[in-house]
Design a binder for this molecule. Structure first.
Ligand SMILES: O=C(O)CCC(=O)C(=O)O
Ligand SMILES: [Fe+2]
Length: 345
């Protein structure tokens, strides 16, 4: 069994090196995704200053009055754009930003009326989005290169050209330490901020603040390990759709977010808030995700699915809309299979 440790990989030789160096990085990346489904990428090309400014923007946005934020509430789970107040079971609020659809994005005028410091929300989100998008394309190239997929490193190009990933800014509000102690069960690491789940797209780039709490269950045995924030890195993990497309070669791994230890409570008994910024990479919604087999002996482990219906199914589930969830699941025709984990979001 592979070691339960999330590796730190430098991307620089891939970005600046010759073909041999690029292949060596691609192989390290594939190995990490194969073994554990998570890795930390350093020297990714995304500058820390850019990451810091998006965290500042997130804090400013979530500090706005709830009534104001609710004006931009997500209307349709399949569209998945806009603000989302705390959902049952989780302790977080979020805002989703897309590439092509941002009707629920507050304008600079609307924002500055409330806080003169938050101008250019959309511009800053769009710029960060572009950097995350470009990095995710490079990471997919690594997988294609390492596995020798048809078309070489361009294997994913057609699936990404019109793809519409989602950049989420997320705020976990402070938690009363007393509630964490009260809810702690024998095998419970404390009040959960995000329940255990696998991501459902191709892969996720995650930026987190210094508070910590993200945990990963590498072998789905219930033995969670901490995915601590490492400054200057991007944490990247595989989602269910890429696990399917690569016929199980890379792992979509369970993870959750727990509250900090009660010892770090402030004098009023509150545990600190937390901010995180995931970029969920989804392929073009028209793409058919047909598990790839690389030899005559290899069997397809999963049925092919349409990427758009898959995403609509999983977002309906995430936002608790059971009738839509059932509708899209029926269209996929995979009810009998219900992915590899019992717990999904
Ligand atoms: O907040 C985090 O660190 C992780 C959040 C997460 O896993 C998710 O939103 O899918
Ligand atoms: Fe996640």
């Amino acid at each position: 069994m592979a070691k339960a440790e999330i590796p730190v990989i430098s991307f620089e030789p891939f970005l600046k090196g010759d073909s041999e160096q690029r292949k060596a990085v691609a192989d390290q990346i594939y190995r990490a995704f194969h073994d554990i489904g998570f890795l930390y990428l350093k020297d990714s090309g995304i500058l820390q200053g850019r990451v810091d400014s998006i965290f500042t923007l997130a804090r400013q946005f979530f500090d706005l009055p709830l009534d104001f934020k609710k004006r931009y509430t997500i209307r349709d789970p399949a569209e998945n754009q806009g603000y989302s107040p705390k959902l049952a079971g989780d302790h977080r609020e979020s805002y989703e930003h897309r590439r092509f659809t941002n009707e629920l994005c507050p304008t600079s005028q609307e924002l500055t009326d409330h806080n003169p410091e938050i101008a250019n929300f959309q511009v800053i989100m769009d710029e960060f989005y572009k950097e995350c998008f470009a990095l995710s394309e490079q990471v997919l190239k690594c997988l294609a290169l390492s596995l020798g997929l048809p078309g070489g490193e361009h294997y994913f190009d057609s699936m990404m050209e019109r793809s519409d990933p989602q950049l989420r800014i997320m705020h976990y509000p402070p938690v009363p330490a007393a509630s964490v102690t009260a809810s702690r069960g024998a095998d419970d690491a404390g009040e959960k901020r995000a329940k255990p789940h696998c991501d459902y797209g191709f892969c996720t780039l995650l930026f987190q603040d210094g508070v910590g709490g993200l945990e990963v269950d590498p072998f789905h045995t219930g033995n969670y390990i901490a995915a601590k924030p490492i400054p200057g890195t991007v944490l990247i993990n595989i989602g269910d759709l890429l696990h399917r497309l690569l016929n199980g070669r890379v792992k979509s791994t369970l993870h959750r977010v727990v509250a900090p230890a009660v010892e770090v409570a402030d004098e009023s008994g509150m545990l600190p808030s937390r901010y995180s910024i995931p970029f969920f990479v989804h392929p073009d919604e028209r793409a058919n995700i047909n598990p790839i087999v690389l030899s005559d002996q290899e069997e397809q482990l999963y049925k092919g699915v349409n990427a758009g219906i898959w995403r609509a199914w999983r977002t309906s589930r995430f936002y608790n809309v059971p009738e839509k969830e059932k509708y899209f699941l029926d269209q996929l025709g995979i009810a009998h299979e219900l992915v590899r984990t019992a717990i999904i979001n």
